[in-house]
Design a protein around this ligand. Structure first.
Ligand SMILES: O=C(O)[C@H](O)[C@@H](O)[C@@H](O)C(=O)NO
Ligand SMILES: [Mg+2]
Length: 382
């Protein structure tokens, strides 16, 4: 049970996903990117793994904080190890981020599951073995036939419904798109999607994250007429009072915070201040499965849903172990990309979805990722 080693392997893999200057994903030509796999090993040979960008597991952070906290400890003491790492953050000069806490916490959960031959959500306490997905569409672009017009969104939404999705979330146009942001264009895209899919598909929006209150209000009022299920991150989430004001002035549920720092502590303040109607968490946003569960339970105590940000095996495990969320966010999707093709470092999808829109939680041990270790070894860069 004692942790004897924490290793990081950096490898390359192919993808057609490219990040724009604002960090949003869009399709492009195949190119190689680097990924890291963090492996935590115990004296009796058990291993747990989790993936992250290489900079999240860079040597300075792993040596100065992660190995210091983990080596020699009982891997089952996830709560204490997470608290110890969270404690180190304050004095780390912002070097030890929530993202690093997340990859370590997920690798510890994976280790627990793999060592016991159990899926993580069954260790936590399973609630369901399948969950409805909403298709989370990429931010808009200026690619012809891509997501360049409201009609493009409408056509793609129709294709997603034909694939089986019962919910669809639009990320609309944001800079560096030349003419974005534009509330009226956002609403045209949302109207085109509603027209294309009819009244029975749940629709949500994740808009330009820095609208001012007046634009966010105009957007929300327009979405109410289109019967959208929620409005997400239309303003800077660092201004909780703006979200308090928006929630007071809109009927459509306001979801958040996604990107705001502060883990479950700050999300308690959002609930207390009435800044959201539906809370939001995400394994990578709050520092792991451990704090994501704390957030889910916090929301439950206030009679609130808490929708989980992002795809990946880790977020699916959280959704499978909790009752108070309706969806799994499957994406990000684009007409030019085939999400079901997966990644070349995984032998199969961690979130397979049937034709009726149900994502089935893998019953494989740990996080349920079927890792292609040959690919990792054959494409090592460090
Ligand atoms: O800003 C983005 O690129 C998207 O909002 C992205 O973070 C997406 O994962 C999201 O917010 N989903 O809710
Ligand atoms: Mg979002």
């Amino acid at each position: 049970m004692i942790i004897t080693d924490v290793s990081v392997r950096v490898f390359s893999h192919n993808t057609r996903r490219h990040s724009d200057s604002a960090g949003h994903a869009h399709p492009g030509p195949v190119h190689q990117v680097q990924q890291a796999i963090v492996t935590i090993r115990t004296e009796d040979g058990h291993e747990g793994h989790s993936f992250c960008p290489p900079e999240v597991a860079r040597p300075h952070v792993m040596d100065k904080y992660v190995r210091k906290v983990l080596i020699g400890q009982d891997h089952r003491d996830r709560e204490r190890l997470w608290q110890d790492l969270a404690h180190w953050q304050r004095g780390s000069a912002a070097q030890l981020t929530d993202r690093t806490l997340a990859v370590v916490d997920c690798a510890l959960w994976d280790l627990a599951g793999r060592s016991l031959g159990q899926p993580v959500y069954k260790l936590i306490g399973g609630y369901r073995d399948k969950v409805r997905a909403y298709g989370s569409i990429m931010c808009g672009d200026e690619q012809e036939g891509g997501l360049a017009t409201p009609e493009d969104y409408g056509r793609f939404a129709e294709a997603l419904v034909n694939r089986g999705y019962k919910g669809i979330k639009l990320h609309t146009w944001m800079p560096p798109v030349s003419w974005a942001p534009d509330v009226k264009m956002d609403l045209k895209a949302c109207a085109a999607v509603r027209e294309a899919v009819g009244p029975d598909i749940a629709l949500m929006i994740d808009a330009f994250h820095w609208y001012k209150r007046s634009d966010a209000l105009e957007l929300g009022r327009g979405l109410e007429k289109l019967d959208f299920a929620w409005i997400e991150e239309p303003m800077d989430e660092q201004s909780m009072s703006s979200y308090q004001w928006l929630s007071e002035n809109l009927d459509i549920p306001v979801v958040g915070p996604e990107s705001a720092a502060g883990k479950h502590w700050h999300r308690a303040e959002w609930i207390k201040s009435g800044a959201c109607d539906i809370l939001r968490t995400g394994v990578n946003d709050v520092g792991g499965i451990t704090p994501a569960l704390k957030t889910m339970h916090l929301a439950e105590a206030f009679g609130m849903e808490c929708e989980v940000h992002g795809n990946t095996a880790m977020n699916l495990q959280v959704v499978a172990a909790t009752k108070n969320c309706k969806w799994y966010e499957r994406g990000l999707l684009h007409p030019f990309l085939e999400y079901d093709d997966g990644f070349d470092y995984l032998n199969q999808l961690s979130d397979p979805m049937d034709r009726d829109g149900w994502v089935h939680v893998p019953d494989r041990p740990g996080l349920g990722e079927d890792i292609n270790f040959d690919h990792i070894e054959n494409n090592r860069v460090a």
